[in-house]
Ligand binder design. Structure first.
Ligand code: IMP
Ligand code: MG
Length: 177
């Protein structure tokens, strides 16, 4: 199995490119079917979803728009603690069907917050499309409409996912060994 050394850690390929791409095409076909006659706005979440979004969007055949968003965390007032805000929402999402595109859903907390925040902008609908899901790690209920693969509760990198900022640029996905 092909190994990858990133800083102090060693990883091995766990999902090869071909297996992943097959699932990306399947998910795209599901979206094309479900959104026929609609014009969805895809909202990929930076940084992790950039590579999945690029592959997914190239398989989308319904008319669509894309706007990358990011969840920014910062310390608020003493009373409110950490505030997380969706930034980069360049398009008005009011009355539009939106599809959030994520790299991975782990505890689900990020996605739950994202959904709640976007809901306040009154989109016509919100769907969640995540490349990967760790079902055993979910801490909150998140409606996941589209997913490529469920994976075990292990730390992974590649295909957009990083270890300390590195290894986002690989075609395969690697698991910590
Ligand atoms: P959650 O809020 O716990 O669902 O985590 C979501 C974010 O944590 C993802 O969007 C990733 O950026 C990051 N993350 C979760 N699991 C992994 C992993 O195995 N490798 C790298 N990043 C991860
Ligand atoms: Mg992410």
């Amino acid at each position: 199995m092909e190994k990858l050394q990133v800083k102090d850690k060693t990883f091995a390929v766990s999902i090869p490119e071909a297996e992943l791409q097959k699932e990306v095409r399947r998910v795209a076909a599901e979206i094309n079917r479900d959104y026929a006659g609609q014009e969805p706005l895809f909202l990929p979440v930076l940084n992790g979803a950039f590579m999945f979004a690029a592959d997914l969007l190239r398989e989308i055949t319904v008319p669509c728009e894309v706007s990358f968003i990011k969840l920014a965390s910062y310390q608020g007032t003493q009373t409110t603690g950490t505030i997380r805000e969706v930034i980069g929402l360049a398009k008005d999402i009011t009355n539009r069907p939106v599809i959030i595109v994520e790299d991975i859903i782990d505890s689900g907390l990020t996605m739950a917050h994202m959904i709640e925040t976007l809901q306040a902008h009154n989109p016509a609908s919100i769907a969640v499309c995540s490349c990967l899901v760790k079902p055993a790690a979910l801490k909150v209920h998140v409606p996941i409409d589209y997913r490529c693969l469920d994976i075990p509760n292990d730390f992974i990198i590649g295909y957009g996912l990083d270890y300390d900022g590195f290894a986002r640029n690989t075609r395969d996905i690697y698991t910590l060994v």
